[in-house]
Design a protein around this ligand. Structure first.
Ligand code: GDP
Ligand code: MG
Length: 750
């Protein structure tokens, strides 16, 4: 017999951790709310007939947010055999609010008191048997990260499922409320809308709360509706409150009575825990932003420039270059000797491991392989794919840092800080969560916008999320920083802040347009207490993000480099030729003038890179690798990559190139995600159009003003750029248009 078990709980209560432990899968675990947007199912390890469903994290079963609707529709329509309600035991009061509602559904519930390790560390006490008696359902203590209690939890859940619908005894509210709920329940029964008797209690409560969605779904007749309204209004009049608040208050009263008996806190109220003390500083009104900026600066600096940079040098020069000396022994002596005699044999100076290009070259020469094939492998694939893979170490280091920040709980604070800023401009603080996800990859970033309730705010987030520098844009940043800015540490962090700035600025501009106007929905979020990051989950997250990068290198990027190689090696009469005379050069030269105002129109390779970047952003660098290093006869040497790029661009042009590629339309996969989330071609076109326009305008204004500041002459383009800047500032700073919704409201009120 197959058993369906659903995991439900507040955001950040540990659902996904438990889901992963039970099913052996590796879903993303994040220490901030809203990570699980979709529901995911898996099978119990060792017992494939038990299906386990991970549901989005929610605080309540009201109809206000997408996650809540997804969850309650699932629970009501799919009738799982058991609900495992995961409760963050370190935050019982808030979490039990959902428990109260789950208990109304008439589905057997097992409560997992998770995060018990934190509770114990704090010295707090929870009386489990009291909780069990009062809530009338099994309660199991767990600590998901250590796996404690999970076996007992799943055993309990399966046992309950086997028992069938053990109708759960209800929690009893005040007499007055119970009277009305009984009336409503009876009304539903006599009206014949109660198809499933076990839902009587839940429906009665929801209809008493005037749940719009359910009222619409049930197709109640007018007389039934009127009687319902009368019952509700009577109760409201007697208790002197609106029905929703009545229910909320009674639930919280029940919970606080329960906790008085069943939970004991060590900390006297008013005293701050360590977590609270850190928060006092980290979320401080004045310090919060500088601290966040400093943290991100250090992370990008260390990942791209120092540690990551060293690893990348090693990868670029060693693995994808000539090779390297084992443990560095002899490399210094060899370099000294090579200065004098370029033909010196490195093997004479210690254990020398040749790089991949050298090995492949020897191999291909040994098997007497055709020239064109050698060129394809060495100049096309190795130069192109190698150029991208060389940046993998930097990316992995960055992903580890981001995963640590996420896991320890800091990123949740950042979302909270950002909410304060975003709110000022009428934006939803929830937009920050997609931004965080997008630093890995834009596709899940765009998908994470689903947590934003207001359609207009969600659209703004979809349009802007991919401005963040995702993993695939990192090689571009690292290349430009390394080649033109002497690996100076500020380039990479600047790109991160440019991404955030582009999002905020776009948000402000779009919000002032009529369609997007309106107050943002409230952003409720719990700050999880800080904890040491779990090595396993950090590595898992890092691997999750890097893996897709490696996979792309072996597929899309590989294919693209082959096409680039072919187009760059032959002319239109299909004759082998120099790259400068190839089809690709012709095509590139046709497109390049478009980018002339941005400062890099004389480099057709840059135009080609930008276009191939639409397929995957890594292609920008792999195309440079193939065109500047692989196919370019002048330099056959891997470690000259940066030198070649440095010789071709001025720093101003290179930065403008990077700026454009950072902000312009994302790769096809992300555009596809935008299309899915927008659900409309016109909105997709708007998003891509806006992104490209912003990218083009920013890069042009940056470059042209840069030229002026460097003593260039004032021309038509400079004038145009200044005008563009003025328009941009006007869009940004103009007052809210009159038509915005809140204005209309005040007009009506006065
Ligand atoms: P979800 O949002 O409910 O899916 O929660 P997650 O499974 O993503 O977990 C949120 C965070 O809490 C992660 O950083 C987990 O590592 C951490 N976590 C989960 N369970 C426990 C636990 O029992 N003890 C502690 N200390 N941390 C936990
Ligand atoms: Mg989750």
């Amino acid at each position: 017999m197959s058993v369906k078990i659903a995991l439900a709980g507040n955001p950040n209560s540990g659902k996904t951790t438990i889901f992963n432990a039970l099913t052996g899968s590796s879903q993303h675990v994040g220490n901030w709310p809203g990570v699980t947007v979709e529901k995911k199912d898996g099978r119990l390890k060792g017992k494939p007939d038990v299906v386990i469903q991970d549901l989005p994290g929610i605080y309540s079963l009201s109809p206000y947010t997408l996650e809540e609707v997804v969850t309650r529709n699932y629970l009501v329509a799919e009738k799982p055999d058991t609900i495992i309600n995961i409760v963050d035991a370190s935050n019982l009061e808030r979490n039990l609010y959902l428990t109260m509602q789950l208990l109304e559904l008439g589905i057997p519930v097992v409560i997992a008191l998770n995060m018990m390790d934190i509770v114990r560390k704090r010295g707090d006490k929870i009386n489990v048997s009291k909780l069990q008696d009062q809530l009338r359902c099994p309660v199991v203590e767990t600590s998901a990260v250590g796996g404690d209690g999970l076996q007992q939890l799943i055993n309990q859940a399966c046992e309950l499922a086997q028992l069938g619908k053990a109708s759960q005894p209800q929690i009893v509210f005040s007499q007055r409320l119970e009277k009305t709920l009984a009336q409503v329940g009876d009304l539903l029964e006599t009206a014949g809308v109660l198809k499933r008797p076990e839902l009587k209690r839940w429906l009665a409560v929801k209809l008493f709360e005037r749940d719009e969605k359910l009222l619409a779904e049930l197709h109640l007749s007018d007389t039934v509706r009127q009687r319902l309204e009368k019952m509700t209004a009577e109760c409201e009049a007697e208790l002197d409150d609106d029905s929703e608040s009545i229910i909320t208050n009674e639930r919280y009263e029940y919970i606080s009575r329960l906790l008085q008996q069943a939970a004991k806190k060590t900390l006297p109220t008013g005293q701050l825990s360590l977590s609270d003390k850190i928060d006092k500083v980290v979320t401080n009104r004045l310090l919060a932003l500088p601290i966040f900026a400093a943290v991100m600066f250090v992370i990008y600096y260390v990942s791209i420039t120092t540690v990551g940079g060293l690893l990348t040098d090693w990868a670029n020069d060693g693995v994808f270059g000539d090779g390297w000396h084992l443990f560095g022994i002899g490399s210094g002596a060899y370099e000294a000797a090579a200065e004098i005699d370029p033909d010196a044999d490195p093997a004479e100076f210690g254990v020398w491991v040749p790089g991949i290009p050298v090995v492949l070259e020897n191999l291909l020469a040994a098997v007497n392989c055709a020239d064109w094939l050698q060129s394809l492998v060495l100049d096309g694939i190795v130069a192109g794919v190698g150029a991208v893979l060389g940046f993998l170490p930097q990316m992995m280091v960055l992903f580890i840092f981001l995963a640590i920040l996420e896991d320890c709980g800091y990123m949740a604070r950042v979302a909270f800080i950002m909410d304060r800023i975003f709110r000022r401009f009428g934006l939803s603080g929830k937009s920050f969560i997609p931004m965080l996800v997008a630093t890995g990859c834009g596709v899940p970033g765009v998908m994470a916008t689903r947590t934003i309730e207001k359609e207009a705010d969600r659209k703004i987030a979809i349009v802007t999320t991919t401005f963040m520098p995702c993993g695939a844009k990192l090689p571009i940043i690292a290349l430009i920083a390394g080649a033109l800015f002497a690996e100076s540490g500020w380039v990479a962090p600047i790109c991160y802040f440019i991404g955030i700035a582009a999002i905020i600025v776009s948000g402000i501009i779009l919000k002032k347009m009529r369609f997007f106007a309106g107050e943002p929905a409230p952003f409720v979020m719990e700050l999880p207490s800080y904890h040491l990051p779990q090595v396993k989950s950090v590595l898992l997250t890092m691997w999750d993000r890097s893996q897709s990068f490696v996979k792309k290198a072996g597929t899309i990027i590989l294919l693209s480099t082959i096409v680039i190689w072919a187009l760059g090696s032959y002319n239109f009469s299909m004759q082998p030729t120099e790259t400068q005379d190839s089809m690709l050069a012709d095509i590139g030269r046709t497109v390049a003038p478009v980018f002339a105002p941005l400062g890099w129109g004389d480099q057709w390779e840059a135009a080609v890179g930008t276009v191939t970047g639409l397929i995957a952003k890594e292609n920008v660098v792999s195309t440079f690798g193939s065109l500047y290093v692989g196919l370019d006869e002048v330099s056959e040497d891997g470690n000259e990559f940066w030198a070649v790029v440095a010789a071709k661009y001025t720093p101003l042009a290179a930065f403008s190139f990077m700026l454009f590629n950072l902000l312009c339309a994302p790769c096809f996969a992300a555009i596809g995600a935008i299309r899915r989330e927008m659900g409309s071609l016109r909105w997709t076109a708007f998003a891509v159009g806006y992104q490209c326009a912003l990218a083009y305008a920013s890069a042009m204004v940056f470059y042209q003003i840069g030229i002026l500041l460097n003593g260039g002459t004032f021309g038509l383009l400079s004038a145009f750029s200044l005008a563009l800047l003025a328009v941009f500032l006007w869009l940004l700073l103009r007052p809210e248009p009159k038509a915005s919704q809140n204005k209309i409201q005040t007009v009506f009120e006065s």
